[in-house]
Design a protein. Structure first.
Lengths: 94, 392
């Protein structure tokens, strides 16, 4: 199901997962489904931010500060990743 | 200095491993790694030794972060693949640990994971940075039968089968039982005491449970022994294996790094009560001397006044980086362990108390196993001792 996000959406990783950081990758195991997922360096940075409840706006601010990216493109990519994470049952959005 | 002069003369590859056996790389170590990499390196030996010592993830992490340009691309790529495989396996084993702990909880069996995932998360802060192969879980002795039934009903098989009467005797004689599950991919060691039966004093589950702490794993909390108890358990475990794997010494160094408020008075008191003060001091000496772990001066002074600590540490150095055959290692491990015990009574009890492997060969009534144990030890070690003496 397509999730919609706003700057005030609060995102947090669900408890039913385990993850670990490799160099430029984060591996995630969904404890409910047993499926493994992999995030690239930027995805791993986002994943580290949402270990605590964080708003979409706060995540975007961090990414704009740390990466050379346009705000529009950053927003679209972030929303696409969060939608995938939500679809896989790895995050909660309120 | 990272290295002690007492192990000067070890291979460059071994020194590389020592420099890489940390989660906190500093400038001095990084510089030394760079110097070591300027000479010819036996990459196959380095990898084989890192895997044997359980420090392959730290080797990869630290070589890759300090001097990737000095490592052949194929070797670094292979190491990266192994690092990733290990991380995936650790996630799998940790998920299994959750499943088992939840299963026990649902059946009112309090359980504490020992070592493995909780230790890795607590000391290394990342499940990818340590190798572990099995899951050690501590339960009350009167819950062992129930825990065994639950494990079997969830696809695990015990190492050997026992009748009800034999199991009762086994629980009184031994302290662990091994199970295999997950299509042979998961080994669980069920413990019902934290020290072997031959120790004069064996703290029971309640002793650990009264002071239990928790470790956070991806937002979930899981019971874990407090740092002071963990330190003692690591030293007993290391001594029982003659500290033959670098990862066990690295665990101590990381423990002192993450838990700076160690209650040393309590640790030394508990160690004296358990008769393992020498084992504790040998562990501390190795972590300090080999990996530069920081210890308070008062503790260092105590270590230097304890008899045999330095000679035991020297024995550990000799075997740490030697590719000996298994039989010789077992014999040296036995000698090391007996020397590390302070009490004569513990040594005598070690020689007469049946071990799990005694039960595997012949499950007998407990009293009979006590009689046979010294003969089993003689049969096992006399040929090795004879060969050793002949070589001398």
């Amino acid at each position: 199901m397509k999730k919609t996000f706003s700057d005030l959406s609060v995102i947090v990783a669900v408890r039913e997962q385990l993850s670990c950081c490799l160099d430029e990758e984060t591996l995630i195991l969904n404890l409910k489904s047993g499926a493994y997922y992999s995030l690239d360096a930027v995805g791993a940075r986002i994943w580290s931010l949402i270990q605590e409840p964080t708003t979409m706006g706060e995540i975007q601010d961090v990414l704009l500060r740390e990466y050379d990216v346009e705000p529009d493109s950053c927003g679209c990519d972030l929303e696409a990743l969060l939608t995938q994470l939500a679809d896989k049952g790895l995050i909660e959005v309120t | 200095m990272v290295l002690s002069t007492s192990i000067a003369g070890i291979r460059r590859e071994d020194e590389l491993l020592l420099c890489c056996a940390t989660t906190r790389m500093d400038a001095e170590r990084a510089k030394r790694i760079g110097m070591l990499l300027t000479c010819d390196t036996d990459w196959a030996y380095l990898l084989r030794t890192a895997l044997r010592h359980g420090v392959m993830p730290l080797l990869y992490r630290n070589l890759n972060s300090t001097h990737p340009e000095a490592i052949p691309e194929t070797f670094l790529g292979h190491l990266r693949d192994l690092f990733r495989e290990n991380a995936l396996r650790n996630l799998f084993l940790t998920a299994e640990l959750y499943r088992i702990i939840s299963l026990f909880e649902a059946h009112a069996i309090p359980a504490v994971p020992l070592r493995g995932p909780t230790l890795t998360a607590y000391l290394y802060g990342n499940l990818a940075l340590r190798q572990f192969n099995d899951l050690d879980i501590l339960v009350r002795s009167h819950d062992v039968t129930k825990a065994r039934e639950l494990l079997i009903s969830h696809g695990y098989q015990p190492e050997f089968n026992l009748t009800g009467k034999q199991e009762k005797a086994f629980i009184n004689c031994c302290v662990t039982r091994t199970f295999t599950g997950g299509n042979g991919r998961v080994f669980i060691e069920l413990h019902w005491a934290v020290t072997p039966r031959y120790f004069s004093f064996t703290p029971d589950f309640e002793h650990i449970w009264r002071r239990i702490g928790h470790v956070s794993l991806s937002g979930n909390t899981i019971p874990a022994t407090v740092s002071e108890d963990l330190l003692l358990l690591l030293c007993i475990h290391g001594a029982s294996h003659a500290w033959e794997r670098l990862t066990w010494i690295c665990d101590l160094a990381e423990l002192f790094r993450v838990h700076k408020a160690m209650d040393w008075r309590l640790v030394i008191e508990q160690a004296a009560k358990l008769g393992i003060r020498r084992m504790l001091f040998v562990g501390l000496y190795l972590a300090n001397n080999l990996l530069g772990a920081t210890l308070p001066n008062t503790v260092l002074r105590r270590i230097h006044t304890e008899p045999r600590v330095k000679s035991l540490a020297t024995s550990a150095y000799k075997t740490l980086f030697r590719e000996a055959n298994d039989r010789t290692q077992r014999f040296e491990r036995l000698l090391f362990y007996l020397r590390a015990m302070r009490r004569l009574s513990d040594r005598v009890r070690y020689c007469i108390t049946p071990s799990s492997s005694d039960w595997v060969s012949t499950p007998l009534p407990c009293y009979f196993s006590y009689v046979l144990r010294p003969f089993r030890l003689l049969r096992k070690y006399v040929p090795v001792l004879a060969r050793h003496l002949l070589r001398q």
